[in-house]
Design a binder for this molecule. Structure first.
Ligand code: 8OZ
Length: 370
């Protein structure tokens, strides 16, 4: 039976162990520009089998929170290059998470102060995060406008450019963010998608934009360097759908021929109950995996949400290939070594999760080497 500390292949990515640093929004990139401090933070965590960066905007329109990074400009690519070089210098592997927030944004964060975009003009009952005069605050998201059908190819193109930029910046690959009620998830789930064109209504239509993005991204950089994160039942950011099982099984089957490096699942409510139910019955992740494998899906299966070591090992025994840890990686740069040695874990400090500087970011202590 594989252990968390055994190497594994995920598409083209050869990973030293099965412990993944989950994507974590930290709001420390003023003007959407990756910084030297971010290079320090990620390189401190390079012993993870794989680092997935914080969610990173593919375009200005895709941005929904203050001080999150982007990957659409040459300057951003140059900033990320310093991050990937620092991680690679310590022998790590790192992919960038590609993000378009859709309606989870605020006019103040959008180009020209315009309304955010969404499948339908339905405001999300959720908050975003603004920083005004140096002071951070959670505020209601703005009312979005519905995207015209002829705008969608441009969004697919923005993902494609971001994937190309990622490789130019030295990333080992990308993870498309299809989870947590952001743009692609807004299209997937019926609560946020009331369209009556080819991108709304039946499952095949609601999955269309996600699948177009995955086709474009894999055409640009190869399936073996592309992962996807999904969250079939999360209510995060006002996401809802009464029938997640057939929706996500359809998506998984359609993705199988793309030979992705991995699929990454947030099980249950993001950052909350693992047994959260949406719809009529508990979500069956084993059936989802069987649907993917049955259709020829070869990549790694990554699980996430509230894992500790015991649950992670159980999950590997049950057929997962990779386990992503979030909060534990915030507080423990050397999480792999600590788990291997059964060492005590540092406690994450919530007050420094979002925004700020080095405190609560790069100053968590590592154990002495050995
Ligand atoms: C926490 C705060 C802001 C954004 C996600 C990108 O939930 C996020 C996020 C998390 O996927």
């Amino acid at each position: 039976m594989p252990s968390l500390f055994d190497p594994v292949q995920a598409g083209d990515l050869h990973l030293a162990n099965r412990i993944v640093m989950a994507p974590l929004t930290r709001n420390r990139a003023p003007l959407a520009q990756p910084t030297a401090l971010m290079a320090t933070y990620y390189s401190q965590r390079a012993t993870a089998g794989l680092i997935v960066t914080e969610a990173t905007a593919i375009s200005h329109q895709g941005q929904g929170y203050a001080d999150v990074p982007g990957i659409w400009s040459a300057a951003q690519v140059a900033g990320w290059k310093k991050v990937t070089e620092a991680v690679h210098a310590r022998g790590g592997k790192i992919v960038v998470q590609l993000w378009h927030v859709g309606r989870v944004s605020h006019n103040d964060l959008q180009p020209g102060g315009q309304a955010p975009v969404a499948p339908s003009a339905i405001t999300a009952k959720t908050k975003t995060y603004l920083i005004k005069d140096g002071v951070g605050a959670f505020v209601d998201t703005s009312a979005p406008r519905a995207l015209a059908i002829d705008e969608l190819p441009g969004i697919v193109q923005d993902y494609r450019r971001a994937a190309r930029n990622a490789i130019e910046a030295g990333f080992d690959g990308v993870e498309v963010h299809g989870a947590n009620g952001y743009l692609l998830d807004q299209f997937l789930r019926s609560g946020s998608n009331h369209r009556s064109d080819a991108y709304g209504g039946p499952i095949e239509n609601r999955a269309r934009l996600l699948l177009e993005v995955m086709h474009a991204t894999t055409a640009e950089i190869g399936g073996g360097r592309t992962g996807l994160r999904l969250s079939p039942v999360t209510p995060a950011n006002d996401a809802s759908d009464p029938q997640p099982q057939p929706l996500f099984e359809y998506v998984a089957k359609q993705l199988a021929p793309l030979d992705l490096a991995y699929l990454h699942f947030i099980e249950g409510q993001t950052g909350g109950a693992r047994d959260y139910v949406q719809g009529e019955r508990p979500f069956d992740y084993a059936a989802l995996r069987a649907a993917w494998r049955g259709a020829g899906g070869q990549g790694a299966w990554m699980v996430n949400n509230g894992y500790d070591q015991a649950l992670a090992e159980q999950s590997l025994a049950d057929g997962a290939d990779l386990v992503a840890f979030g909060k534990l990686f915030i507080a423990n740069p050397d999480l792999v070594q600590r788990l291997r040695n059964g060492a005590a874990l540092n406690t994450p400090d919530r007050s420094t999760f979002y925004g700020g500087g080095a405190r609560g970011y790069t100053d968590y202590p590592a154990l002495a080497p050995g």
